[in-house]
Structure formats: C-alpha cells, structure tokens
Design a protein around this ligand. Structure first.
Ligand code: TNX
Length: 537
C-alpha cells in the first residue's frame, strides 16, 4: 500500500493494487488550479528539492500533479477535535482535511483550504522522497483521504537553556511541517535567559539575554528576527505561540530589572535547580507595569497566534495564594488585549476560564521523585514533591471549568528524556549517555508512539476535552544544534503521529514507516539518533 511510508499514518487509503503507478520525476509539472494555491505549489517544489535533491525541470504535457480547492470526498474523515492556535474554525478556514488521487496519468491533490492542500502535498513529498530510486519515484495508484485527529499539534522548544539561532529554529520548523505539526511553542523566557526584544524594556535583552544553561552563550531574537521566523512558519502553516514564563522561572527578568526582586534579592543561582528567587510578586504595582510592558511588546510580534502562553509552572517557594492571584491577573491582562491564555497545568490552580488551554505535563507520581533523594538538595525535593502532589488535581479542575487540555505528558512527549534505545554506533551511544535530563528514566522510541492520548492519560475521557497534543524539548543538556536534532529525531515523528492519527499505532508496523524517513533526513542534513530498534535503510 502506498501509504506505508507516510508518517503520521494516513486515515484512509484504498485501491491501486492492479493499476499502473505514476512515475514522478524532475520533469513532472505541478499545476495550481487557482491563484490561491500558487504559493502552496511553490513551497512544495522548493521543499521537495531540499528533501530529495531532485531539480525540477517540468516538461509541458508530461503527466502532472494538479492541485485544486475542493471538499469532495473528504467527509469520510471526521473534523478535528480541539482548538487551533491561530483561532481558525476547524470546520472552516482551519479545515486541514484533504485527498490525493494517484493514477498512472496524473496526481490530483485537493482540500477545502490552501492549508489542507499544503498538508496533502506534504504527504506527496514524503511519498516521493521515500520511493525515489535514481531519478524516478514510482508511486502506486491509490486514493488517500486524510485529516487530523487534533487541531493543535505542537512542539514546545526551549530556546533559553540553549539559545538556538534563527537558522536552527527554521530547521525545526521544517521538521514540524514535514510531520504536519502546526504549532511551534517558543519558551522564550526562563531563569537562565530572556530571548525576545521588548522595546520598552531594553535591559531584558542588554542584560537578561546574556548567558544560558551551563557556560553556553546567550542571545535573543530581535524584532526583525521574530518577524522573519513568524513569516517562515506561516508559509508552512505553522503558528508560533510565544511563552513568557511567569511568575516563577523569572530570574532573567529580575536580573534585568533588579527592583522587581521579591524582598530585594536578585537571584544569582540559576544553575538548574534553584529553589528560591525568580518569582514575581503580584502585590506590587511595578511588577504589573513590567508585565504590561512585556505583553505590549511581545503580542504584536505574533499576530497569527490567538494565544499567549503565560507559563505558570513551578513557582517554587511562592505561597499558593500569591501564585493564584498572579495567574488570574496576568490572564486578565492577556484577555484584555484580545488573546486567549495557555498555561502549564499548575495555572489551573487559579480560576481559569473555558477558553484557556491548560497544558498537562506532570505524569510523575510524587513517590517517584523520592528516587532523587541524595541527588538534589532536600529543600528543593520537598518543594518538588509538594508540586507533584498538588498536580493530581490540575487536570480535573481545568475540565470542571470547561477548559481544554493540551497533552504533553512527560513520559511520552518530553523529548529531552535520554534515548532508551541502544545504538549500533558507539559514537551515537556516547551521545545517548550525554543527552537528555539524567533525572528522567530513559524513553524508548516505541513508548513515544504506541500509546493512546485519551486512554493513557489520567482524567481524560474523550477527544472533546483535549485542545491538542504537544511534544516538548527542554535544552538543559543540549550544547549545539546537532544535540538538539539528536533529541528531536527520530522521536518527533512519533509525537506527530499521536497528534494527527486517530488510529492506534502498532510499533512493528510503525518502525518500517519510520525507517523510510531516514533518507530524507540525510538529504536535509539533519542529525538523527540511530536507534537500533529500527532497521534503517
Ligand atoms: C520541567 S515542564 C520544567 C522545565 C524543565 C523541564 C525539564 C515545565 C513546565 N517545567 O523548566 O526544563 O522540566 O524536562
């Protein structure tokens, strides 16, 4: 079946076995039926060149790929559950369902929106890239009808603990787009650094942007950098959602404006596990003047996002009443500026509204944290365990308020866990020993893909309660672009499969589909971890 090489799995595939294949070559014209699709076709041709090295030289009259707007036949796939980060309706401008018809005479790709057609062409890219032998890809005749299970399919990228330059972020956006992820959540602020320009608060980039995790260099995105990244993402139908992490993880903000420090203490110990410091006090007017300046500087840089992520996680050492007061007031400021709120699950301890997206990540039982005793300071461990205990009520509270949950359970979707699969290559095994947070048990590739987002997440009973699915890559152990890519690949496609595909994934079937992707990664020059649980080509 043609669809076997596609990740995420295609919802519906039929026909073709006795029919002649389509022969895709550099000479194959790709034709848009309307002007609305010209840029989508241009993107496909450019991406395919970068995926395969195939230099397009279309011959008029040769069997062609034709793309058009149309909704015929797509209704056999259900409408996506959840919300879209750009606020578009899933049964309107945000409809991503599409179809492909492949015969010897031609290929047709259609869907109701340019985005839907773009997703369909992404399937075609993978087909060509994985079937290419020499200069020809033999594409078996088939009819594919596809659409996402969830409307929000994301990757959260930590650009603080390691600053990733614009070029690296573009590569990550390319990976997201290849696997039909449509959200890049940028974790832009944390204790170790501040990464986004705020014109009214120049010290954030003059002081706060210095430094990162370890002794790595800092950096930040200028207004021009961010505009460029947002446009780059938009061309690939990816929405960038900014996160400004508050009231905890705020040490870089406080180093920039020391007057914001609670009781005047400027946090200096930001090495990983700082207990105190980095907290913004909601009872102070100067804190709110700062938050308003930040929101007014950041929001206009993300015109495509209907949401702002306020963090809200791990306000360690802060009284619960202050944490709640902070989250509620910050959320009101965001809503007052016409945006909706996303918060890490701890934010649900405040009175979130039904439009807020609550991002679930804590699937670690408090008892499991006991294993850290002796490896981290006791005072920190006690606070950590308190947070894990309180966390069991976060998702039920969010659901009781009608809020939807964005699923990032750490055991499945944190890509900064050490690789749990061995590699045949000793150099790569060394990578495995070094990369990923050592406090986490290692995660095998199969654990990241062969699970169900409803059945395997506590308190979630139906897709209607879910905003979407998001993987996260935290960068405490990442020292270079290559490290980052070695954590993302080959796990990101599995996370994308869970976000897109409503069908259960059988590991033994999936690993063959995944193996076929490696040729494309090689062409792109992306680093990837060669887990020996997969028979790579
Ligand atoms: C927890 S996930 C954090 C991050 C760390 C991450 C490491 C979350 C909301 N907070 O600050 O980087 O664990 O995996």
């Amino acid at each position: 079946m043609t669809s076997t090489a596609i990740v995420p799995a295609v919802a519906g595939a039929s026909g073709g076995s006795g029919d002649c294949p389509f022969l895709f070559t550099a000479a194959t014209p790709v034709v848009a039926a309307s002007d609305a699709l010209t840029s989508v076709v241009r993107r496909f041709v450019d991406d395919l060149r970068r995926d395969t090295g195939l230099e397009p030289a279309p011959e008029p009259g040769a069997p062609a790929v034709r793309v058009r707007l149309g909704a015929d036949g797509i209704e056999t796939v259900g409408i996506a559950a959840g919300v879209r980060a750009d606020g578009a309706a899933v049964d309107g401008p945000g409809d991503e369902r599409h179809a492909l018809s492949i015969t010897a005479d031609g290929i047709e790709v259609w869907g109701p929106t340019p985005e839907a057609v773009h997703r369909g062409l992404t399937t075609l890219r993978q087909l060509v890239a994985t079937q290419l032998r020499g200069a020809t890809a033999e594409l078996a005749a088939a009819r594919l009808v596809d659409g996402p299970r969830f409307a929000w399919r994301g990757l959260s990228l930590d650009v603080v603990r390691t600053f990733h330059d614009v070029d690296t972020v573009q590569r990550v956006i390319d990976m997201c787009a290849l696997y039909k992820l449509n959200v890049l959540h940028l974790h832009l602020t944390d204790d170790q650094g501040w990464r986004i320009e705020v014109p009214a608060r120049p010290a954030l980039t003059e002081v706060g942007a210095r430094g990162a995790g370890g002794d790595r260099p800092g950096g930040f995105y200028s207004l021009a950098d961010m505009a460029g990244l947002d446009a780059y993402a938009a061309e690939r139908f990816v929405t960038i959602v900014p996160e400004i992490d508050m009231p905890g993880h705020a040490s870089a903000a406080i180093r920039s404006y020391p007057g914001l420090a609670p009781a005047g203490v400027v946090p200096s110990d930001v090495e990983g596990l700082a207990v105190a410091g980095g907290l913004l006090d909601p009872s102070r007017d100067d804190v709110w003047a700062f938050v308003e300046d930040v929101l007014d500087g950041v929001l206009p840089q993300f015109p495509r996002s209907a949401y702002v992520h306020l963090g809200g996680d791990e306000a360690f050492g802060m009284p619960s009443s202050a944490h709640i007061a902070f989250v509620e007031q910050a959320a009101a400021l965001v809503r007052g500026r016409g945006k909706k709120v996303v918060g890490w699950q701890e934010a649900a301890r405040a009175e979130v509204d039904a439009e807020t997206v609550v991002q679930h990540w804590i699937d670690i039982p408090a008892a499991a944290a006991e294993s850290l005793r002796g490896r981290v300071p006791n005072a920190f461990l006690d606070i950590l365990i308190d947070n894990l205990r309180a966390a069991v009520d976060d998702v039920p509270r969010a659901l009781a308020r009608g809020a939807r949950v964005l699923l990032s359970p750490s055991a499945r979707l944190y890509l900064d866990r050490p690789h749990g699969d061995d590699s045949v290559d000793p150099a790569q095994n060394a990578v495995r020993a070094r990369l990923g947070m050592p406090v986490y048990p290692p995660a095998r590739l199969r654990d990241g893909v062969a699970w169900d987002v409803v059945a395997d997440v506590a308190h979630i009973e139906s897709d209607d309660q879910v905003a979407g699915v998001e993987a996260a890559v935290w960068c405490e152990t990442v020292t270079s672009r290559s490290d980052l890519e070695l954590l993302l690949l080959p796990r990101l496609p599995g996370a994308a499969e869970r976000a897109w595909s409503a069908r259960p994934t059988e590991w033994d079937e999936y690993r063959h589909r995944l193996a076929a992707q490696a040729t494309l990664w090689e062409h792109r020059g992306w680093e990837w971890y060669q887990a020996d649980s997969v028979a790579w080509p």
